[in-house]
Design a protein around this ligand. Structure first.
Ligand code: NAD
Length: 277
């Protein structure tokens, strides 16, 4: 099925192997889309160390794999916290592929967790800057380009179950993801006149690099073995499993396509029935 043939998509935070962004990019490329693998690329300070980010060499290897599968992809490093970097990413994309039709705001920080009484201002800023300000800057730059093109577009925000429910130690993460839903709804209402659809996807737990860190953090907090903690998540899920990166990629491919031409302002749970409001 090549139902995205000729479209161009940017997927932020897609440069980390095994991540949700990589899976989205691979599937959109299979559906015929030109994809931009975008990520911060270079370690900067303790919150963005090499073990937490998509590096430029990982980005290149994801592009190589997509091309080997006959897809179309390029890598563009971008720090979503910086308006200049975001604008350059959009400009380079349009220069290379001629348009921007799909923006997937997937870049996120989910490994800064602290008890609320001790939550540091710097930690709050670090999370909100990537998860919410980053989505704002990328959505804005994408909308400006899509309005200029005059043929509509699709913006998809990768939120979380934490956009609908609260989680301990995760005040900043939970607030940022709830904020993403507000951004989604506001943009859907305002950008509909330009035929730009804006939706969010809300995954539950997926053991990516970030998910693995969260498993360790919460199993330690609860005094459980890592595998027992994972099993406890599966046990409370109506479908009896955790999410897979492909579950999210398929939802994004749907929302990006014409199959979803009357869907906007939606915050779609992809959580095996764990979250349903
Ligand atoms: N894994 C889960 O259980 C889960 C559940 C719900 C939502 N999510 C969300 O899905 C998205 C992807 O997460 P993932 O689990 O694939 O983790 P991941 O760590 O593989 O992906 C996050 C990516 O964001 C990038 N990033 C961080 N700061 C950035 C910046 N300033 N500029 C550009 N890129 C930056 C990282 O380099 C990384 O590649 C995140 O927004 C996360 O909050 C994940």
């Amino acid at each position: 099925m090549k139902n995205l043939k000729g479209k161009t998509a940017i997927i932020t935070g897609s440069g980390r192997k095994g991540g949700i962004g990589e899976a989205i990019a691979v599937l959109l490329a299979k559906r015929g889309c030109h994809v931009v693998i975008s990520d911060i690329g270079t370690a900067t300070g303790k919150n963005f160390s090499k073990s937490h980010i998509g590096t430029t060499s990982e980005m290149k290897s994801i592009v190589k794999a997509i091309k080997e599968a006959k897809g179309s992809a390029i890598a563009i490093p971008c720090d979503v916290r910086k308006a200049k970097s975001v604008k350059e990413m959009v400009d380079k994309t349009v220069k290379k592929f001629g348009s921007l039709d799909i923006m997937v705001n997937n870049a996120g920080v989910g490994y800064i967790m602290e008890p609320f009484e001790e939550f540091k201002e710097a930690s709050w800023d670090a999370v909100l800057d990537v998860n919410l300000k980053g989505a704002f800057l990328c959505s804005q730059a994408a909308a400006v380009q899509m309005i200029k093109q005059g043929k509509g577009g699709s913006i998809i925000n990768i939120a979380s179950q934490a956009a609908k429910s609260g989680f301990p130690y995760a005040a900043a993460y939970t607030a940022s993801k709830h904020g993403m839903i507000g951004l989604t709804r506001s943009n859907a209402v305002e950008l509909g006149q330009h035929k730009i659809r804006v939706n969010a996807v809300c995954p539950n737990h997926i053991t990516t690099g970030l998910g693995h860190w969260q498993n360790k953090f919460f199993s330690d907090k609860l005094g459980l073995e890592y595998d027992d903690y994972l099993q406890s998540i599966k046990d409370k899920n109506p479908l009896g499993r955790t999410g897979q990166v492909d579950d999210i990629a398929k939802a994004v491919a749907f929302l990006a396509s014409n199959e979803a031409s009357y869907v906007t302002g939606e915050a779609m749970n992809v959580s095996g029935g764990e979250e349903y409001h």
